[in-house]
Design a protein around this ligand. Structure first.
Ligand code: MN
Length: 442
């Protein structure tokens, strides 16, 4: 599952010219999955999207599949007249990977003119398409797997004891809410909530004052497990289909008052934004890294959370960038300003460990379930993946090129997240964008 094959060949070019642009996120080596629709399609109902694959500036429609009739289906569709969109009921990586080879062949320069012609009819310009959530997300779990983020946040609240004793043993997480996950580009309304910033007085119910984002990597369950059947660490990655960008919007003032003793609740579940494309684990094969190198006095993971493969290849080398563009910056045509650049290789736990831990008590994971890593922060100040850390709880405001400052997000601010992988000897691939703009509270 970490093997490099002909689909990763850096010299492979596509007859889709835009896929050969060195700056594209979507060369033929990437081929992420999505669900989309185009104005020209016969849309049956609101939620009706077609499954697709992104290559360069186009979306390849997988609905009709006339051009790959001889290859296995990437997944089964839930049939019948009452479908609420296209919902894969199971995604198996080995089937997907076969399918990917066939799509890669058909999109390569070497493809037969008849293949090109047939495929061309199933292609739409990406800029004209509207994207839905890439899979039906039944459940969503958010982890807390950056030790730098956990240490920074912990030290603001507990200066003497920033990291709790369970951190190096347990991939810490909480159950989030799937219903409020929205696709990139959706506006985010500032939530109301209980605020008790004045400890002398009772709490007040007001619009959130300390609205924040969290830069995270999300990953989708492809193949589920039966209730009561844990997933061994050696098989964890067979259950992970691919990754996306996640913005875990966070209301810090609400969070500070409500989080004890049961953890995050309304401070988190008013909205979570994800990017529309699933970059598959197969596409990420060239960008695997060893798991986090623990300090010599740190405990090793308990046996069920570690094996040789995970230690050697369980990490991911994905660069994550966060930009902000305020309303003033938009009006004055000032480019979005970069707030941070971090990397998933700095996560204390691997995504395989997160998944295995999640299922270790027999909890059943299902196709389409989304998990997120938690804020991805690094050692340096420029690698802090949320405003809480960047402004140290609002005490060190950020200066913007417009002359404005920010402690937390203001109405009209747009947060733009990007992700990409680069490695010598391989083609750069990207995750696309995850955007959201803050609307005033009602
Ligand atoms: Mn989070």
């Amino acid at each position: 599952m970490y093997e490099i094959n002909e689909t990763h060949d850096p010299n492979l070019k596509s007859w889709v010219e835009s896929a050969n642009d060195p700056n594209t996120d979507f060369p033929i080596q990437n081929l992420p999955f999505c669900r989309f629709r185009h104005p020209s399609m016969d849309v049956v109902e609101e939620g009706d999207y077609h499954p697709g694959i992104i290559v360069g500036d186009v979306v390849l429609d997988l609905w009709y599949r006339s051009w790959w009739a001889d290859t296995p289906a990437p997944y089964e569709f839930r049939g019948g007249a009452e479908y609420d969109g296209v919902t894969p009921v199971q995604i198996r990586n080995e089937t997907w990977n076969e399918f990917r080879k066939s799509v890669s062949n058909s999109l390569s320069e070497a493809a037969h003119p008849k293949t090109r012609e047939a495929m061309g009819k199933d292609m739409f310009p990406r800029a004209e398409c509207e994207f839905g959530l890439p899979l039906f997300i039944g459940d969503y779990t958010d982890f807390y797997c950056s030790i730098y983020h956990a240490t920074n946040v912990g030290s603001m609240f507990r200066p003497d004891n920033p990291l709790l004793p369970n951190y190096k043993y347990v991939p810490i997480g909480y159950h989030g809410r799937a219903s409020s996950i929205v696709i990139s580009g959706t506006d985010i309304k500032r939530p109301h909530g209980q605020n008790r910033s004045d400890a002398e007085k009772p709490p007040v119910f007001i619009p959130c004052k300390n609205l924040d984002y969290e830069m995270e990597l999300g990953f989708f369950v492809g193949k589920g497990n039966e209730l009561g059947e844990p997933i061994p660490i050696s098989e964890a990655e067979e259950h992970i289909f691919g990754v996306c960008l996640v913005n875990d919007w966070s209301a810090r003032d609400i969070q500070a008052w409500e989080y004890q003793p049961l953890g995050p609740f309304l401070a988190k579940n008013f909205a979570t934004t994800i990017s529309p494309y699933v970059v598959t684990m197969e596409a990420l094969a060239p960008f695997r890294t060893p798991a986090f190198e623990r300090d010599t006095d740190d405990p090793q993971p308990l046996e069920y959370l570690g094996d040789e493969q995970n230690r050697k290849f369980g990490g991911l080398d994905i660069n994550l960038e966060v930009y902000i563009q305020t309303e003033k910056m938009r009006n004055e045509n000032i480019e979005p300003h970069r707030l941070s650049l971090s990397n998933t290789k700095d996560l204390y736990w691997t995504i395989g460990q997160m998944l295995t831990h999640h299922a270790s008590n027999g909890c059943n994971l299902q196709t389409g379930d989304l998990m997120a890593t938690g804020t991805v922060s690094g050692k340096e100040k420029s690698e802090r993946g949320c405003m809480l850390e960047l402004t140290w709880r609002g005490t060190e405001p950020i200066e913007l090129p417009s002359g404005e400052t920010r402690r937390f997000l203001e109405d009209g601010d747009e947060v733009i997240m990007k992700g990409y992988c680069e490695r010598e000897g391989f083609r750069r691939i990207g995750l696309g964008e995850c955007r959201g703009r803050i609307l005033p509270a009602e």
